[in-house]
Design a protein around this ligand. Structure first.
Ligand SMILES: Cc1cc2nc3c(=O)[nH]c(=O)nc-3n(C[C@H](O)[C@H](O)[C@H](O)COP(=O)(O)OP(=O)(O)OC[C@H]3O[C@@H](n4cnc5c(N)ncnc54)[C@H](O)[C@@H]3O)c2cc1C
Length: 432
């Protein structure tokens, strides 16, 4: 098994070399005959961060803060700094990431290269909407300062550009002000998909963060039932509860997946029945990053690893398409604990290949059961294709080239910006 895997732990070919440059100068010392690819923390599920037979430019040592203006919330740091590092620094000073994905163990470079989104897409757009500038290092040695006003075409290609346009060495972010580390969270259960759409429409205008967990096993009248969680940053107040992070780790990957039809049904049923409705004050870590509490949780899927399937479908057909996707998943008996449904807002993305766009997105994990799982994905692809949707490259390890071309109509335009000495397993697969 490869020592270099992404989060899904699927079998992959090792890179020929891994370099950990500490500076732009060191990053340029690449063997000219091998394709290179930046690597953050490998929190992408599939192969956008893998480069079998090539060079991985691991950014672990590009981890320095450069400047932070606590009056304006403008932060400049190297690209290997993680979102966790940033939060540890800025939350005590009254600032927060304007957009964050569901784990803080990702780097700034990785967040830019996938133009990641969070629970507040409908209110704040994606990571790139709060990105002021970055430096892009090309294999030719050229260093481009990119921002919406300077080299804007390189800004648009690199944001969501899957690490293919060059190495981002540093970036400057605009943070959002907060009063403290807590959120006011409102939890509601909904009995089916129709109830979700109603609740979502009522909550979105008033709550900057919204997301729903869906019981992907429930069928018949209960199909699409779930738990809706909305939140906003808590106002300043004196009576904040104490909070201490507790972390556990899955010590090793068992030979088989612990996620199966039985455990799935038990977990989903329990989660639904146990969900407590109401309002509560919650620290930002359990609200935004519930999975970070269990280190190496990806090992529960066993040695064969797992896939995540995340798609987006446009507003005009999202109700129908989501219903159909959930029906097919429930019928298959596959799926996982963590089916997440959310609607995106209509702020246009700034990246040529950005995934987030108006509509609804569904994300869920599937244990790798080989051809059975891949056949289900073909069925799901058909629904997404018919709806005019797209699959998220950050989560993907298998979409066919035709699916990528359909979902990313600017891929041809993007390919002009790909660094001639860069490549990835993903790019070789979808541009074949
Ligand atoms: C538990 C969990 C929850 C998640 N939730 C969300 C979510 O809510 N929303 C969401 O959008 N995503 C989510 N993700 C996906 C994750 O945010 C992205 O895959 C992210 O890009 C991973 O960052 P990374 O630093 O690990 O980069 P990697 O996975 O190592 O690399 C990702 C891409 O970035 C490129 N890259 C990395 N560093 C640089 C650099 N310095 N210069 C140029 N390119 C670079 C790589 O080449 C690769 O193409 C989640 C992942 C996990 C594991």
């Amino acid at each position: 098994m490869s020592a270099w895997q992404s989060w899904g732990r699927l079998a992959a070919r090792d890179p020929a070399r891994v370099a950990k440059p500490q500076s732009a100068h060191e990053a340029l010392a690449l063997p000219p005959e091998l394709p290179a690819l930046p690597f953050g923390r490998g929190r992408s599920y599939g192969d956008v961060c893998l480069n079998g037979g090539g060079v991985l430019l691991h950014t672990a040592r590009l981890d320095r803060f450069i400047a932070f203006d606590r009056a304006t919330g403008v932060l400049r740091c190297e690209s290997g700094v993680t979102l966790r590092d940033i939060l540890d620094l800025v939350v005590p000073q009254g600032w927060f990431l304007a957009v964050t994905p569901g784990t803080r163990e990702v780097t700034v470079g990785g967040a830019i290269a996938n133009d990641v989104h969070g629970k507040n897409h409908h209110a704040a757009g994606s990571f790139g909407h709060h990105l002021r500038a970055f430096e892009l290092l090309r294999s030719s040695g050229e260093r481009l300062l990119c921002s919406p006003g300077s080299n804007p075409e390189w800004f648009a290609a690199t944001l969501g550009g899957l690490g293919l346009t060059g190495l981002i060495t540093w970036a400057e972010l605009q943070l959002a002000p907060v009063g403290n580390a807590f959120l006011q969270v409102r939890t509601r259960r909904f009995r089916d998909l129709d109830a979700f759409w109603d609740l979502n429409a009522a909550m979105e205008p008033r709550w900057p963060y919204t997301v729903a967990w869906i019981d992907c096993v429930a069928s018949g009248a209960a199909q699409g039932r779930g738990v809706f969680m909305a939140a906003r940053h808590a106002a300043s107040r004196a009576d904040l509860p104490a909070w201490r992070e507790r972390r556990r780790t899955v010590p090793f990957a068992p030979p088989f997946s612990l996620v199966n039809a039985l455990s799935l049904r038990a977990f989903n049923g329990l989660y639904w029945h146990r969900a407590r409705e109401g309002d509560a004050l919650q620290h930002y870590v359990p609200y935004f990053y519930p999975l970070d509490a269990l280190g190496h949780w990806n090992r529960i899927y066993g040695r064969r690893g797992f896939y995540q399937y995340q798609c987006v479908v446009p507003p005009g057909c999202m109700r129908e398409a989501m219903g159909e996707l959930l029906r097919r998943i429930a019928r298959s008996g596959q799926g996982s604990f963590l089916a997440v449904l959310k609607t995106f807002g209509d702020l246009p993305s700034r990246g040529l290949l950005s995934f987030a766009r108006p509509g609804a997105t569904l994300a869920l994990d599937f244990p790798n059961r080989g051809p059975v799982t891949l056949r289900l994905f073909e069925q799901l692809d058909a629904v997404v294709r018919e709806a005019g949707g797209a699959i998220y490259p950050a989560k993907d390890a298998r979409m066919p080239a035709s699916m990528f071309q359909l979902g990313y109509p600017r891929a041809q335009e993007f390919s002009r910006f790909v660094d001639p000495r860069f490549g990835s397993d993903f790019w070789r697969r979808v541009s074949a």
